[in-house]
Design a protein around this ligand. Structure first.
Ligand SMILES: Cc1ncc(C[n+]2csc(CCOP(=O)(O)OP(=O)(O)O)c2C)c(N)n1
Ligand code: SF4
Ligand SMILES: [Mg+2]
Length: 249
């Protein structure tokens, strides 16, 4: 018989995301990790603008709704004045990568001791499915109705790989929510990222490939298939940087 998964005490309400959305799964995993690391009374979430801002609808935790894209800077300030508090940004791809790319890069560059969780659903979900930096080549969105023209708009970019390759960050990984196996792996990544912060190793980022069935025009099952078939080939899953492993080696 499958082992029952206990609902974390931090999850105090049914969440208000669309049916089949990935946000709720990730928030649940984050809550599980926080409790397993005994941080439930020691967290603040600087959260982004977008569907990520609905985190507070399901989770009871201190949080600050930051100006669009600025969560990494707000997190930096919070961590520097309260270094023993665990600071977790919760953002979307549009928030962290489009409008907030400067803040996101600067925090990673300085190896700020924060954990960044970015939900990459390849569009601006909350505002109706506009193209984002992570939209795939030829992806149809409300602002690229004929498909994303990468010649005119650039290629989708891979933030975790970029900071893992260029900056002295502690931890960078990408996971997804398409199967129980992937959900369990993602939980491990989130926990590793939080542990890096708690141990004072520095900046950790976990990007999540997450379905947005509403704006993708797909039912929840097809949206999961789309991640497997189209997103993962462009956005590989795995750990790109784990400074601790290097130090232990
Ligand atoms: C300064 C500012 N510009 C634009 C908006 C409109 N806006 C709200 S959410 C959003 C995009 C959010 O996309 P993403 O971060 O990918 O989150 P998702 O909803 O997809 O999870 C935008 C552009 C805003 N609220 N404030
Ligand atoms: S619009 Fe997309 S990201 Fe937002 S709640 Fe609905 S499915 Fe989730
Ligand atoms: Mg998005």
């Amino acid at each position: 018989m499958a082992k029952e998964r206990k609902v974390p005490a931090l999850i105090d309400n049914p969440m208000s995301f669309c049916a089949g959305c990935g946000h709720g799964i990730v928030i649940r995993l984050v809550a599980e990790c926080i409790e397993e690391l005994n941080q439930q009374d020691n967290i603040i979430f600087p959260i982004g603008v977008g569907c990520s801002s609905l985190l507070g609808g399901g989770m009871v935790a201190d949080r600050l709704h930051c100006p669009h894209g600025r969560a990494a800077s707000v997190a930096t300030g919070m961590k520097r004045v309260t270094p023993d508090t665990t600071i977790i940004t919760y953002q979307g791809d549009g928030d962290a990568y489009n409008i907030g790319i400067s803040e996101s890069l600067n925090a990673a560059y300085r190896n700020e001791n924060i954990t960044v969780i970015t939900i990459n659903n390849t569009n601006f979900g909350m505002t109706g499915g506009q193209m984002s930096w992570t939209s795939l080549p030829d992806q149809k969105t409300t602002t690229s109705p004929k498909g994303r023209d990468s010649g005119a708009t650039g290629l989708p970019f891979r933030f975790p790989e970029m900071v893992a390759g260029q900056f002295d960050v502690a931890y960078a990984a990408r996971g997804t929510v398409t199967s129980p196996k992937n959900v369990n792996k993602l939980k491990k990544y989130i926990k590793n990222g939080l542990e890096a912060q708690i141990n004072g190793e520095g900046y950790s980022i976990i990007e999540v490939l997450s379905p947005c069935p509403t704006n993708w025009g797909l039912n929840p099952v097809k949206a999961m298939e789309q991640i497997e078939e189209q997103l993962i080939p462009y956005y590989p899953l795995g750990v790109f940087k784990n400074r601790k492993e290097k130090q232990d080696a």
